[in-house]
Design a protein around this ligand. Structure first.
Ligand code: NAD
Ligand code: THR
Length: 375
């Protein structure tokens, strides 16, 4: 059985490989796992494992790119690396402004062969894996969340390892649970989340780090706080209220909050989040003492956010109608996030605190609404 012999040789070499900062991966992960979906032969595998050198710019693929964060990230990366070097992908149909702003491709992360084809045909070198079901929608559809967030991640990891990609997978404050220290939450502590979203993100952190140590995968991961953006809608999370309040404040002057007024959670403005993502992807290997970092900017409660908005819009009326699922999730999450390691290792620094966030959001949404009224 020459194929089996080749496979055990590959597995032995992988076991003997140095812990990390090591050579680009030269084995096909699916081949040494004996997965039913493994590629057909060792020679096929070595063909696909060629890792393209980054001559000028990385060639980036963003999965799940039509959600709250992907379009903004594509814009930032395209500014830096050129329009055609950043491909957005999703299973949804892009709006026409996104479709015409740069390359877009259909990609379902549950379709391993299609993903591999995209990576090979486009000579992808960086993969930013944004596809996921967030905390609240995940609880409403556990089977789908498990498929997308766990099975999908396995496809991404294998493809990234086989093709020597630099892989970014975001994690979240939701990767912690009620038994974690909550104020503040450090990088390394007990992680026993109680949502399928959190469980899948801890799994992603551990699997990414395992592939890094075992196969040399250049895995990089940031635990994002709740992200607040003006020009993109959140996709069904527990922190969504902190986006909705701005739209409702400008459009109706009334906001009904689904979390209790004193629920404190870490939050960040989208520009800080996307810049952190680019910075950690560009960070020199030797600056990364870890592969999964907390990043933080601010931390506030609905009441504190409402008070800050009311400084600009004093007529805003806020009421509270608690969503028990979201409240239980929020009560199990960090209240403050300790991101000392990110700050010390690769120089992370946020720009937006609560007052700048509120001003920026109201300026953007206010001017959008004035344009809409004028038309
Ligand atoms: N937005 C936040 O506050 C926040 C905070 C922490 C971490 N994150 C993480 O950042 C990433 C991006 O977040 P987001 O807010 O843009 O999420 P989102 O829910 O807005 O978007 C997720 C995208 O994934 C796509 N998707 C779903 N199933 C798919 C499949 N089978 N194949 C390909 N794509 C699929 C959806 O169509 C959607 O466009 C996620 O991994 C999320 O966990 C986000
Ligand atoms: C925090 C984050 O992961 C997401 N916004 C959620 O609430 O689910």
């Amino acid at each position: 059985m020459p194929v089996i012999r080749a496979l055990s040789k590959v597995a032995k070499q992988a076991l003997l490989a140095p812990a990390c900062g090591c050579q680009p991966l030269t084995v096909a992960i699916r081949n040494i796992s004996f997965s039913p979906r493994q590629v057909t032969s060792a020679s096929d595998a070595s063909f696909h494992s060629v890792s393209f050198s980054e001559t000028d710019h990385p060639k980036v693929l963003i999965t799940g790119g039509l959600g709250q964060l992907g379009v903004g990230l594509a814009k930032l990366l395209r500014k830096r690396f050129g329009k055609n070097n950043v491909i957005l992908s999703d299973i949804r149909k892009p709006p026409s402004n996104v479709f015409h702003s740069g390359p877009f491709i259909y990609s379902d992360i549950l379709d391993y062969k299609n993903l591999r084809e995209i990576v090979v045909n486009n000579r992808i070198t960086w993969l930013v894996h944004y596809s996921a079901l967030l905390s609240a929608v995940g609880e409403a559809n556990v089977a789908l969340a498990r498929a997308v967030n766990i099975t999908g991640l396995h496809n991404i990891l294998d493809i990234a390892a086989e093709h020597g990609l630099r892989l970014f997978v975001p994690s979240t404050i939701g990767a912690f649970g009620p038994t974690s220290p909550r104020n503040p939450t450090p990088d390394l502590c007990v992680q026993r989340p109680r949502t399928i979203y959190g469980v899948s993100k801890v799994h992603a952190e551990l699997m990414g780090e395992y592939y890094h140590h075992r196969y040399g995968l250049d895995f990089r991961c940031l635990r994002y706080p709740g992200i607040i953006s003006a020009d993109s809608q959140p996709g069904g999370g527990t922190t969504d209220y902190a986006v909705q309040i701005f739209h409702d404040a400008v459009k109706t002057g009334k906001f009904e909050c689904n979390l209790k007024p004193d629920t404190r959670l870490p939050m960040m403005y989208i520009d800080d989040c996307l810049r952190a993502t680019l910075e950690v992807m560009e960070a020199p290997l030797e600056t990364l003492s870890m592969r999964t970092y907390n990043i933080n900017a601010m931390s506030f409660t609905p009441e504190e956010l409402a008070n800050e908005v009311q400084k600009q819009l004093p007529d805003l009326q806020v009421s509270y109608e608690i969503d028990s699922v979201r409240q239980a999730i929020a009560d199990s999450w960090p209240m403050n996030f300790d991101d000392t390691n990110a700050r010390n290792d690769w120089g992370w620094k946020h720009d937006y605190d609560l007052p700048e966030l509120v001003q920026t959001m109201l300026n953007y949404i206010g001017s959008e609404s004035r344009i809409a009224q004028a038309n």
